[in-house]
Design a protein around this ligand. Structure first.
Ligand code: FAD
Length: 575
C-alpha cells in the first residue's frame, strides 16, 4: 500500500508550497494531482499577488495593517480578522521568497518589483508578471519541488477520504493512466484541491475545478463553511467566459455602457472601475438588465465594453500581452483599437473546508489550504490579488503545522495495521461503486444532468438572488441528485477513461451545489457577493456569522459560528 507520513492532494500553488514546507522540515511527503501540477488552475492567474511592499509611486506609506483593513472591508466584515492579519503580515516574505526562487516579476526602472492598483485597495499593492502572474509563480514553485525531488502522483484522481473516529487515515484514488483504483495511507493529509467554479455555467475556471475536494471532505463529514459566497468576476470575455484580468482596470481601463457612459460613477463614485468585484459585477449586471448593455440583455446575454484604447499600444503590449492575445485569438478583435465585450462570470469560491489559521480542519490529521479552504480571509467577497497570496501563506502554514505535529514521530515507513484494514474496506466499496457506474443498466445521461446543474446555478444562484429562485434551485438540484443514481458511464476504456472521471464527480458536484443553494436561501441578508433582492441590506445583528454545513442523510444541516473581530468594527462599505 502506498504510504507517506504526509499526503498533499493538489499540485497548485497551495499544495506545492505546503509540500516544500514539509520537505524542508525533513519529512517525507508526496503530492497527488489529477493533472500535471503546472496545469493546475493557479497557472491561469493573470493580474497579480498582493503584498504591502510600498514600491509603487505614491505607495511608500503602505503597511500590512492597511492591507488587512482593505481586505476586511472588502470581505464585508465576514473575514476572520486574526487570519487576515496573519496573511497580510506574511505577504512580503512570501513574495520576496518567490523573487529569490527566481520568479520573473515585472519590475520598476530601479529594479524593484512593480505593483499595480487593484480593486478595493488603497494603494498600488499588486505585484505582477505582466498578465501571466500565475504562470510565473506556479512554474517557479514547481521548479523548487523538482529541485527537492518531491514525489508526485500525477493523473491520480482522489475519490474519497477515509475517516474513522474523527481521524483521517488515507485516501482512495483512481490512477487515470491505468484505470486502477488504489489506497494511499498517511498520518497527515492536506487538501489543496482548488475551487468549485465548474458547478456554475459561465465560469472563468479550468474544467478540472469541479470542487471535488470539497465534495470528498463533505462526504467524509467534514463541515463546509460559507459556501453561499461565490465570486462573480466583473469582466469575462463575452461568449467565451475567458477572464479579462482586473489588471486591465488596474492599468486604467474603463467600463462603458451602450450609451457611452462610464457608469461606475453612479455606483462607486470614488473608486470607479476599481471598486471591489462584488460591487462592479452587480453594477455591470444592472446596466445590462436595465437595457443599457449591448447585445440582447437579460440573464443569458448582454455585455458592456471594457475599453483599453486610451492606454495606448505600448502599455497594452507591455503590461497586458496575454489579454491582447486572448482577444485576438478568441474574439478576433485587437484591444488597441477596439473595446472588449465583457460580462460577469463565476470566478472564485470564497467558502470551503472549515479550517483554523494553521489549516487544521475539525477532523484530526486533516488540513486544507488555498481556494478549497475557508480560513476565512475573504469573507463575503475576496479582493483581487489576495487569492494567490492566500495559497502561499496558508500553504506554508499548513505544511509547517503538519510537520510540527509529526515531529519526533515520523519514522514510520508503512501505515498502522488498523489503518490498512480500514482503507482496504473503503477500497472495496469504491471499486464496487466504479463497477456499478461502468456496468450498471442506468439510463440517465450524465452530461445532460451536469449541463442542467450549471444552468440552474448561474441562473438561480447567481449575482442576484431571492427566495423564489433559490427555492427553485434547491428543488432542482435535489431532483438532479435523484437522477444521478441512474447514470451510466458510456466508455468502457480502462486507460484514461475521462468519461468515468467526469461521472464519478457528478454526485459530489450536486452535493456541493445543494450546500451553496441552501446556505444562500437561509442567509436572509445581502453581504458581499451574496445579494438578496428580498433582503437588500447587510444585517449584522442576525447574520454577522459563518455558515457551517454538515452532511446528513437528509441533506445539509446548517449551523453558524462567530466571526473573529480583532480591531475593526463593521461599518458601512463605501467606495
Ligand atoms: C482565470 C483565473 C485568473 C485568476 N487570477 C488571479 C490573480 O491574478 N490573482 C489572484 O490572487 N488570484 C487569481 N485567481 C484565483 C487563484 O488563481 C486561485 O484561487 C488559486 O490559484 C488556487 O490555487 P490552489 O492551489 O488552491 O488550487 P489550484 O491551483 O486550482 O489547484 C488545485 C489542484 O488540486 C488538484 N485536484 C483537485 N481535485 C483533485 C482530486 N480529486 N484528486 C487529485 N487532485 C485533485 C488539481 O489537479 C490541482 O493540482 C484566478 C483564478 C482564475 C480562474
Amino acid at each position: 500500500m502506498i504510504y507517506h507520513p504526509v499526503l498533499i492532494v493538489g499540485g497548485g500553488l497551495a499544495g506545492l508550497r505546503a509540500a516544500i514546507a514539509v520537505h524542508d522540515a525533513g519529512l517525507d511527503c508526496a503530492v497527488i494531482s489529477r493533472v500535471h501540477p503546472v496545469r493546475s488552475h493557479s497557472v491561469a492567474a493573470q493580474g497579480g499577488i498582493n503584498a504591502a511592499l510600498g514600491n509603487a509611486e505614491g505607495a511608500r506609506d503602505d503597511t500590512w495593517e492597511k492591507h488587512a483593513y482593505d481586505t476586511i472591508k472588502g470581505s464585508d466584515f465576514l473575514a476572520d480578522q486574526d487570519a487576515v492579519e496573519r496573511m497580510t503580515r506574511e505577504a512580503p516574505a512570501r513574495v520576496y521568497e518567490m523573487e529569490h526562487w527566481g520568479c520573473p516579476f515585472s519590475r520598476l526602472a530601479d529594479g524593484r518589483i512593480a505593483q499595480r492598483p487593484f480593486g478595493g485597495a488603497g494603494y498600488p499593492r499588486t505585484c505582477y508578471a505582466a498578465d501571466k502572474t500565475g504562470h510565473a509563480l506556479l512554474h517557479t514553485m514547481w521548479e523548487q519541488c523538482v529541485k527537492r525531488g518531491i514525489r508526485t502522483y500525477q493523473e491520480f484522481l482522489v475519490l474519497s477520504l477515509t475517516v474513522r473516529e474523527g481521524r483521517a487515515l488515507g485516501l482512495i484514488a483512481l490512477n487515470i493512466l491505468t484505470g486502477e483504483i488504489v489506497p494511499l495511507a498517511a498520518d497527515r493529509i492536506l487538501f489543496a484541491t482548488g475551487g468549485a467554479g465548474r458547478i456554475f455555467g459561465r465560469s472563468t475556471n479550468a474544467l478540472i475545478n469541479t470542487g471535488s475536494g470539497l465534495a470528498i471532505a463533505y462526504q467524509a463529514e467534514v463541515p463546509l463553511k460559507d459556501m453561499e459566497f461565490i465570486q462573480f468576476h466583473p469582466t469575462a470575455l463575452f461568449g467565451t467566459n475567458i477572464l479579462m484580468t482586473e489588471g486591465c482596470r488596474g492599468e486604467g481601463g474603463y467600463l462603458v455602457n451602450a450609451e457611452g457612459n462610464r457608469f461606475m460613477e453612479k455606483y462607486a463614485s470614488k473608486a470607479m472601475e476599481l471598486a471591489p468585484r462584488d460591487i462592479v459585477a452587480r453594477s455591470i449586471q444592472t446596466e445590462i438588465n436595465e437595457g443599457r448593455g449591448f447585445g440582447k440583455g437579460g440573464a443569458g446575454g448582454g455585455y458592456i465594453h471594457l475599453d483599453l484604447r486610451h492606454l495606448g499600444a505600448k502599455k497594452i503590449k507591455e503590461r497586458l500581452p496575454g489579454i491582447r492575445d486572448i482577444c485576438l485569438n478568441f474574439a478576433g478583435i485587437d484591444p488597441i483599437d477596439t473595446p472588449i465585450p465583457v460580462q460577469p462570470g463565476q470566478h472564485y469560491t470564497m467558502g470551503g473546508i472549515d479550517t483554523d489559521v494553521t489549516g487544521a480542519a475539525p477532523v484530526e490529521g486533516l488540513y486544507a489550504a488555498g481556494e478549497c479552504a475557508c480560513v476565512s480571509v475573504h469573507g463575503a467577497n475576496r479582493l483581487g490579488g489576495n487569492s494567490l497570496l492566500d495559497t502561499m501563506v496558508f500553504g506554508k502554514l499548513a505544511g509547517d503545522a503538519m510537520a510540527e505535529s509529526l515531529a519526533g514521530n515520523a519514522n514510520r515507513t508503512e501505515p498502522a495495521p488498523e489503518a490498512r484494514t480500514l482503507l482496504e474496506e473503503d477500497l472495496r466499496k469504491t471499486r464496487d461503486r466504479a463497477h456499478r457506474l461502468m456496468a450498471g443498466d442506468g439510463t440517465e445521461d450524465p452530461s445532460a444532468i451536469r449541463d442542467r446543474l450549471k444552468d440552474v446555478m448561474i441562473e438561480k444562484v447567481g449575482i442576484f438572488r431571492d427566495r423564489g429562485t433559490l427555492t427553485e434551485a434547491l428543488a432542482e438540484v435535489r431532483e438532479l441528485k435523484e437522477r444521478v443514481a441512474h447514470i451510466k458511464v458510456r466508455s468502457q476504456a480502462r486507460v484514461f477513461n475521462l468519461d468515468l472521471v467526469t461521472n464519478v464527480e457528478l454526485e459530489g458536484m450536486l452535493e456541493v451545489a445543494e450546500v451553496i443553494a441552501l446556505g444562500a436561501l437561509q442567509r436572509e441578508e445581502s453581504r458581499g457577493s451574496h445579494y438578496r433582492l428580498d433582503f437588500t441590506s447587510r444585517n449584522d445583528a442576525d447574520w454577522l456569522k459563518h455558515t457551517l454545513a454538515h452532511r446528513t442523510p437528509e441533506g445539509p444541516q446548517l449551523d453558524y459560528s462567530p466571526v473573529a473581530i480583532t480591531h475593526y468594527q463593521p461599518v458601512e462599505r463605501k467606495y
